[in-house]
Write a protein that binds this ligand. Structure first.
Ligand SMILES: Cc1cc2nc3c(=O)[nH]c(=O)nc-3n(C[C@H](O)[C@H](O)[C@H](O)COP(=O)(O)OP(=O)(O)OC[C@H]3O[C@@H](n4cnc5c(N)ncnc54)[C@H](O)[C@@H]3O)c2cc1C
Length: 441
């Protein structure tokens, strides 16, 4: 069988993998359990300069701009609606890298990712394919789906989210083969849960497009993003105690959470603040989900299975990093795969996966930690967290220091080293890794 990649999961990271593999001329089949390529539900996402630069290299920036809006300002209040100091993260990002972060719905992101694929790559995306098990064979992997279909490939890339079935199969195979690289059964810890809901944008009359509003205080924090026609808010709440096992919530759980926090102001108003309860009364779409946190110890099993995105690392959303980091995973993995010969040996594949893991594990561990610290600070998890949130972050000198520190790391982000293109993100900071220049024929 010629070398072929199976991708499990067609979320934002899996669909980015489809672009990357197509551009690397690597044959693939992507298996997605939903009945269509675009995700209709879910909260909005912020794409920062890291994610936008990678997607720009794939030729998607202009299309993404059409369906996303710039984020410029961030208002912050406490639970009583008192101003606790605005922050300028987005201004620093623009100054350093020449672009505002952009907020986009999951639907528009996945729709654009899918639509911008050439027809040949679209034909490699199969919906209604729920991966149930991965078998290792002499020449690669045999992937079983719930509908009884079987898909053969040389390797499988697990992009199937935080509860990844590919990760489960990887663990079983590693244990069966007496490998020392066996992950924990429940690798992520959940300390917070998140209620997100969408409501009509006109319900937030005093908040201009491009402004984010946050409400911080003991036990819960909110984050509101206003788009052209709709607004989406997330409510992060600390659980009574951290849990490892998966928790599923009901509509009654959601309503009880709204009742508990309905008084929270989620956007500043000239006359009065908009409360969570008022906004939820006009809600058109919602969900209550756990916010797992953690980074896997082992990102691959020998030369057969490798994990990307939320399957490998899961962050709280406070810093808007999870998906952006997942996109960087794809750059790192695709670069390794592209360097391999057309028919790579098992040892070459295992070594490529090892290099991919080494490139990504430290920075995702750091990203996960920083996101957790941000959620803890916003929910005033301790006296120190409250002081940091209330007084340190509110200080403009401190903001500048944190922003510059973050910008050093951002500037060192890798690129797709086999995709030539033009630099679109130009600011004060110089990118350490330049986008390869196009060689004219
Ligand atoms: C409230 C909230 C707000 C967030 N905000 C941001 C943000 O602003 N910025 C940011 O960068 N990140 C954000 N994140 C994180 C971001 O959503 C994730 O990091 C991102 O979605 C990960 O993408 P993924 O493709 O790895 O996984 P997922 O988005 O989970 O996609 C996995 C895909 O796999 C499919 N799948 C699952 N099981 C199977 C199976 N058995 N067979 C086949 N297919 C399967 C699913 O249907 C899905 O399409 C946020 C998360 C939450 C919860």
């Amino acid at each position: 069988m010629p070398f072929k990649v199976i991708v499990a999961g067609g979320g934002p990271v899996g669909l980015t993998a489809a672009h990357a593999l197509h551009r690397a001329n690597i044959p693939f089949t992507l298996l997605e359990m939903r009945d269509r390529p675009a995700i209709d539900a879910g909260s909005n996402l912020v794409l920062n300069s890291v994610g936008l630069r990678a997607l720009s290299q794939l030729g998607l920036f202009d299309e993404l701009c059409k369906v996303s809006s710039e984020l410029k300002d961030m208002n912050r209040m406490d639970h009583n609606g008192n101003d606790i100091g605005d922050v300028n993260w987005f201004h620093y990002e623009r100054e350093n890298f020449g672009t505002w972060p952009r907020v986009i719905s999951r639907r528009d992101l996945t729709h654009t990712l899918y639509n911008m694929l050439p027809e040949a790559a679209k034909a490699s995306i199969l919906c209604n394919k729920k991966v149930s098990n991965v078998e290792s064979t002499d020449s690669g992997v045999r992937v079983h789906c719930a509908d009884g279909s079987i898909h053969e490939g040389s390797i499988i890339v697990g992009a199937d989210g935080a509860h990844s079935p590919t990760r489960r199969s990887m663990r079983t195979l590693a244990a069966e083969h007496k490998s020392s690289d066996v992950n924990e059964e429940q690798p992520f810890l959940t300390t917070f849960r998140c209620l997100w809901f969408r409501f009509p944008g006109q319900a937030v009359p005093d908040l201009t497009l491009g402004t984010t509003a946050e409400c911080h205080g003991p036990g819960a924090a909110t984050q509101l993003f206003v788009g052209e026609t709709t607004a989406v808010t997330g409510v992060y709440e600390r659980l009574p105690k951290p849990r490892r096992e998966r928790i599923r919530f009901t509509k009654e759980d959601e309503e009880a959470m709204v009742a508990k926090w309905s008084h929270l102001p989620i956007a500043r108003g000239k006359q009065s603040h908009l409360t969570l309860g008022q906004a939820y009364a006009t809600c058109t779409d919602s969900g209550l989900v756990t916010l797992e946190e953690g980074v896997l110890k082992h990102w691959h099993w020998n030369s057969r299975i490798v994990l990307v995105g939320d399957a490998a690392h899961k962050y709280t959303p406070s810093l808007g990093s999870g998906c952006n980091h997942g996109i960087v995973d794809i750059m790192a993995l695709a670069n390794e795969l592209h360097r391999l010969p057309a028919e790579p040996s098992e040892s070459a594949l295992a070594s490529a996966f090892g290099k991919y893991q080494d490139t990504r594990r430290d920075s995702t561990t750091q990203g996960c930690k920083e996101s957790g610290v941000a959620t803890d600070a916003a929910t005033w998890g301790s006296g120190v967290a409250k002081i940091v949130d209330r007084w340190v972050i509110a200080n403009t000198m401190a903001q500048k220091w944190f922003a510059n520190k973050g910008a050093e790391k951002t500037a060192a982000t890798i690129v797709f080293d086999y995709i030539p293109g033009e630099e679109r993100m130009i600011g004060k900071k110089t990118w350490v890794n330049a986008i390869p220049t196009r060689v004219e024929a």
